[in-house]
Design a protein around this ligand. Structure first.
Ligand SMILES: [Zn+2]
Length: 230
């Protein structure tokens, strides 16, 4: 299931339950953001703002607030760590298969997610949207001149965020390094050539191939409404 379908399934079912008695459904509909692909609820209160500010294309309030509707957004790399904690949720909490190395509770996963948000927000070129677990790294502000953030600080921020997920403890000593190499390769490619990861708009590495983790359903599409008690 692609991100758009996943978002639609969860966002729409959540909203329908909430609004079924309100009778406002006819005024409320869903649009997909041109930039972050988030499916957002729009109503007469914000539809024209979202459309007009985007110059006729639809952008979500988060992207408009961060000026991602401007051309400069071609220098913004969208990335997420949800491939990791989506996998934790599925394998180390929901299923806990015999080969799962360690049990995690949902509170452990929530704590990691909350820590990664705090750590990431320390770096001023990272912006976070908690409704999708996506980070937006603004490379307009990254470079070697004195008015820009050095690339090595972007790299160390990305490593520090990754360290919140205890990969070496939950898998093995190589997992952190293997996972970091996936991020590092793509960050460098984007910094130097503005190339996004192979054929994808977003950098969302999974644990596939790391520490012999076999991947079931893709954890790339993991979003907050899926994080539920079993
Ligand atoms: Zn957006």
């Amino acid at each position: 299931m692609g991100m758009r379908e996943t978002l639609k399934k969860y966002a729409v079912s959540a909203e329908l339950i909430k609004e079924s008695s309100g009778g406002e459904l006819s005024n409320t509909f869903y649009h997909t953001c041109m930039f972050c692909e988030k499916l957002v609820k729009v109503s007469p209160h914000n539809f024209e703002s979202c459309r007009n500010l985007g110059g006729g294309k639809f952008y979500c309030p988060f992207c408009l607030r961060n000026n991602f509707h401007y051309r400069s957004s071609k220098n913004v790399l969208i990335l997420s760590y949800r491939g990791i904690f989506g996998q934790y949720y599925q394998k180390n909490y929901m299923e806990l298969e015999p080969d799962a190395p360690q049990r995690l509770w949902i509170s452990d996963i929530k704590r990691m997610i909350s820590n990664h948000e705090i750590i990431g927000n320390r770096c001023p070129v990272f912006s976070y949207d908690p409704t999708t677990f996506l980070w937006f790294v603004d490379f307009n502000k990254v470079g070697s001149d004195s008015r820009k953030a050095p690339f090595r600080e972007v790299q160390s921020a990305a490593v520090a965020i990754l360290a919140c997920f205890n990969l070496s403890k939950i898998y093995n000593q190589y997992a952190l390094e293997d996972m970091w190499s996936k991020f590092e390769k793509s960050l460098t490619l984007f910094y130097e050539k503005r190339q996004r990861p192979d054929g994808r708009r977003m950098l969302i590495p999974t644990l596939h191939g790391v520490a012999q983790v076999a991947l079931g359903q893709s954890s790339r599409d993991f979003i907050p409404p899926m994080l539920q008690l079993k």
